[in-house]
Design a protein around this ligand. Structure first.
Ligand SMILES: CC(C)(COP(=O)(O)OP(=O)(O)OC[C@H]1O[C@@H](n2cnc3c(N)ncnc32)[C@H](O)[C@@H]1OP(=O)(O)O)[C@@H](O)C(=O)NCCC(=O)NCCS
Length: 156
């Protein structure tokens, strides 16, 4: 599958179940229920976008919310079988566009230090590190730090 076959679809509260199913598959150790997804992505400050493949099947999602000039990606994921086709990059750009439309001038997120795929995606998408939170994520064998990343949305 290539990014050319992907269609992005804004997901409203009625589609929280679809987003939750994607989140649960992408984050089996930290699954969110439909109610949490609906609350976190509720307008006017929150939003969610789903990526649909050529058969209109959901294969990825992003959730973000905006507080004043700062936006945050709450979660982003692509189903394992659909990865490395450019969908993650499209979803990051959807978060950028949605955040700009809500007035944000910076977009933040946290990424676990042991997640090189996500870190590479964000670096390729213009994010840079602005902080580190030791022991932020739980792992079966201990804890791992989060890097706080930022992308500037004003200007370019
Ligand atoms: C991170 C994630 C969303 C990436 O989605 P994706 O659709 O595979 O990403 P893309 O195909 O758009 O990749 C864009 C770029 O990111 C980087 N990248 C993505 N996956 C990578 C991997 N496994 N290893 C190294 N680099 C990777 C590459 O630079 C890639 O560009 P390239 O393919 O031209 O080399 C996906 O791996 C995922 O859902 N992981 C599980 C959930 C997760 O960790 N979410 C992020 C939490 S902060």
């Amino acid at each position: 599958m290539t990014a050319a076959a992907i269609r992005l679809h804004p997901a409203g509260p009625l589609e929280a179940g679809v987003v939750a199913a994607l989140q649960q598959t992408c984050f089996p150790d930290d699954p969110w229920d439909e109610g949490s997804v609906a609350t976190l992505s509720a307008p006017p400050s929150g939003f969610a976008v789903v990526a649909l493949d050529a058969r209109d099947e959901p294969v990825g999602f992003v959730m973000a919310r905006v507080a004043a000039e700062d936006a945050e990606i709450l979660a982003i994921g692509v189903l394992p079988q659909a990865r490395r086709g450019g969908t993650g990059r499209l979803l990051v750009e959807a978060a950028v566009t949605g955040s700009r439309n809500l007035g944000a001038t910076a977009l933040f997120l946290e990424v676990a230090e042991d997640n090189p795929a996500a870190w590479s995606l964000y670096k390729a998408s213009g994010f840079f590190s602005v902080g580190r939170r030791p022991g932020y994520y739980k792992r079966p064998d201990g804890r791992v730090a989060a890097l706080v990343l930022r992308r500037n949305l004003d200007g370019a």
